[in-house]
Design a protein around this ligand. Structure first.
Ligand code: NI
Length: 247
C-alpha cells in the first residue's frame, strides 16, 4: 500500500490496526559508466514496495536524495548536506507520527546515508528524552541496508565473488535493470575491476576513482540476476519487518 496512492480515509482505516510504515531512502548520484544516477533510490524503492506488497505495510514516499557530497564531481549527482538530511528524516518521521505511526522501518540503498540516518534517529529520540516530543507516543526507527541482508551477501558472493566491490556494484546495477529493463546497458569495463580505497571530498573521490566505481565490475550485471536479488531481498526483509513491528 503506497502512501501517495492512498486516500486519507484508507490511511485512517490502516492505522486502526497497524502502526508500522516502510521508509525507502536512497540517493541520486553517479553509479559508474553503466549504472543509473538513481540507482540507490530505485533499489531502495523497489525493495520497499515489494515489502509493502508482501506484508500489507504502508510504504512512504522515497527519500531520493541522500548524503552524497563525495559524488558531486560527476555530472548529475545531487546531495543533501548531513544536517539537511537529518532535518528531512526528522520531518518525514514526525509528520507521520502525528497520525499515529510509531514503527519506522527504513530500507536504505546508499552506504553514505548510514551515519546521517543514525544521527537523525538520535535527534528523534532526543526530542522525547528532553521532554520536547509533546504527547506523541514513543517512536522506534530501524535502518536496514537491503544489500547487507544475509541472503543478498551470499547471492552477490555467488554471482560476482570479489568483483562485487562497494560502489556501482553489479548487484545494485542488476537490480535497477530488473526494475527498468529498458535502461539496461551491458558494457565491458576497463579495467574490469575498479580500484579500491578511501576518499574525502568530491575532488578526492574523482581523483581516486576516475570512472566512478569502487572495487566493482558492473560489467557482470544482468536483469536476470536482478530478479533473483529482488526476490531474495524482499523475502528476507519482509520477514524482518514482520518480526520487528511485532516486537
Ligand atoms: Ni549505490
Amino acid at each position: 500500500m503506497l502512501l501517495h496512492l492512498s486516500t486519507w480515509t484508507e490511511i485512517e482505516r490502516y492505522l486502526k490496526s497497524n502502526r508500522g510504515i516502510v521508509m525507502p531512502i536512497g540517493s541520486t548520484e553517479q553509479h559508474g559508466p553503466n549504472g543509473l544516477i538513481g540507482t540507490d533510490a530505485i533499489t531502495a524503492e523497489v525493495v520497499a514496495r515489494g515489502i509493502g506488497e508482501a506484508t500489507g505495510a504502508v510504504v512512504a514516499p522515497t527519500i531520493s536524495v541522500g548524503m552524497a557530497q563525495h559524488h558531486l564531481a560527476f555530472k548529475g549527482s545531487m546531495a543533501l548536506r548531513p544536517t539537511t538530511l537529518i532535518a528531512v528524516i526528522r520531518d518525514y518521521v514526525e509528520s507521520l507520527a502525528v497520525h499515529g505511526f510509531d514503527r519506522f522501518f527504513f530500507v536504505n540503498g546508499h552506504g553514505g546515508n548510514v551515519a546521517t540516518t543514525t544521527a537523525a534517529f538520535s535527534e528523534i529520540y532526543s526530542a522525547s528524552s528532553f521532554g520536547a516530543a509533546g504527547n506523541r507516543p514513543p517512536i522506534k526507527c530501524v535502518l536496514r541496508n537491503w544489500y547487507d541482508a544475509p541472503g543478498i551477501r551470499a547471492l552477490s558472493k555467488e554471482l560476482y565473488g570479489d568483483q562485487e566491490g562497494s560502489h556501482a556494484t553489479p548487484s545494485e546495477v542488476s537490480l535497477t535493470w530488473h526494475a527498468y529493463p529498458e535502461r539496461a546497458m551491458p558494457m565491458k569495463m576497463d579495467p574490469p575491476v575498479a580500484p579500491k580505497g578511501t576518499f574525502t571530498d568530491a575532488a578526492d573521490y574523482r581523483r581516486n576513482f576516475p570512472d566512478g566505481r569502487i572495487g566493482s565490475n558492473p560489467g557482470l550485471s544482468s536483469a536476470e540476476h536482478g530478479k533473483r536479488i529482488y526476490e531474495t531481498a524482499v523475502r528476507e526483509l519482509s520477514e524482518d519487518y514482520r518480526n520487528w513491528v511485532a516486537s
